[in-house]
Design a protein around this ligand. Structure first.
Ligand SMILES: [Fe+2]
Length: 339
């Protein structure tokens, strides 16, 4: 925004020095700072180095004319107002210039009072345009900020729901948070981008939200599941993705959808396999299985970390992506996973 004590810079373009001088004197007396140019090259040089608010552009100049220069100015300096200066006999040309984005035109010989008014009008219009754009930007930023806040609150609420769901049963308490942390350690080892890490974090925290729709008696059954029961439990991946899809990006929903997919395609009702499974889901599969193995479950006690790691190694290339397993093992070796 222009400060009250900041003088606006005008660029007077005419090949006749006498005309430039008269215009500069008049406009300087009115408080504007004036620069001068006699041809297109000087105009472009001045625009590139000074914040010109308005150009008074002579249509007829030796070399590149004002008409040819106008589109260039409007395209490279859209915030600079342009008033065309033309001979009375060239009114049609001036109107053509208005169509090409000029803010006004003045006829030569100049009436200096008209000149002042035209400059004032064009600058006021420019201020309004700049203010409007600034306000639009402010509104867009506000909307984006509030959308982000609402999204964060909603995701936080779902996360709280998952924690509450897990806390109800001692076997799964804290599972999603631990899975998210393990997955992030692996993601970090694999050099994931900040965006991929953020998706993975949410994928980990929300991956089992679909269990809200699963029969608790089946989930906590202290014996081997029947095929039907297993199938019922496995629907939680799809249900979870559908629950979060309205508020998360599609990548997070896909991570949740496929977090039980086997790398070799042998999982239940699997539609994607190998590297077609989203990388985040392949990482979660390892993190999820590892945390499940080292936790007590209704049907078996917790495995030792060594045995769980051996099991992950054994399933590399079948259930799990070998690249992810290698990254996981590197983290496990440095004890990052355990801590
Ligand atoms: Fe799961």
């Amino acid at each position: 925004m222009k400060q009250a004590n900041e003088r606006e810079i005008l660029l007077i373009v005419d090949d006749e020095a006498a005309i430039r001088r008269v215009l500069c004197q008049k406009l300087s007396r009115e408080g504007y700072q004036c620069e001068e140019a006699s041809d297109a090259e000087q105009v472009l040089n001045t625009l590139a180095t000074s914040p010109i608010a308005l150009v008074i552009l002579d249509i007829k100049m030796p070399g590149k004319s004002g008409i040819e220069l106008l589109p260039e100015i409007k395209s490279d300096y859209p915030d600079t107002a342009v008033i065309m200066a033309t001979a009375v006999t060239e009114i049609n040309v001036a109107i053509q210039c208005l169509k090409q984005g000029a803010d006004d035109y003045l006829c030569k010989p100049f009436n200096l009072d008209e000149l002042s008014l035209a400059v004032q009008r064009a600058l006021e219009k420019r201020h309004l345009q700049l203010e409007l754009r600034e306000y639009q930007q402010y509104l867009e930023e506000k909307v984006e900020e509030q959308t982000g806040e609402i999204r964060k609150l909603f995701l936080g609420a779902i996360e709280a729901l998952v924690s509450a769901l897990e806390a109800k049963d001692r076997y799964t308490a804290g599972h999603s948070r631990r899975v998210s942390e393990i997955a992030l350690a692996v993601g970090n080892e694999l050099g994931l981008s900040a965006q991929e890490m953020e998706d993975l974090r949410w994928g980990g925290l929300l991956h089992d939200v679909g269990k809200i729709a699963i029969d608790q008696l089946i989930q906590n059954k202290p014996a081997k599941l029947t095929d039907e029961e297993y199938e019922h439990i496995m629907t939680h991946a799809h249900i979870g993705a559908e629950i979060v899809r309205p508020v998360v990006n599609e990548r997070i929903a896909e991570i949740i959808e496929h977090h039980h997919a086997h790398y070799d395609g042998s999982g239940l009702h699997q539609v994607v396999a190998g590297d077609d499974i989203p990388l985040g889901a392949r990482i979660l599969a390892v993190a999820d299985a590892f945390d499940a193995m080292i936790s007590d479950r209704p049907y078996r006690p917790a495995l030792s970390i060594t045995k769980a790691i051996d099991e992950i190694k054994r399933c590399s290339g079948t259930q799990f992506d070998p690249v992810v397993v290698t990254a996981f093992l590197r983290k496990a070796e440095t004890r990052t996973i355990e801590t």
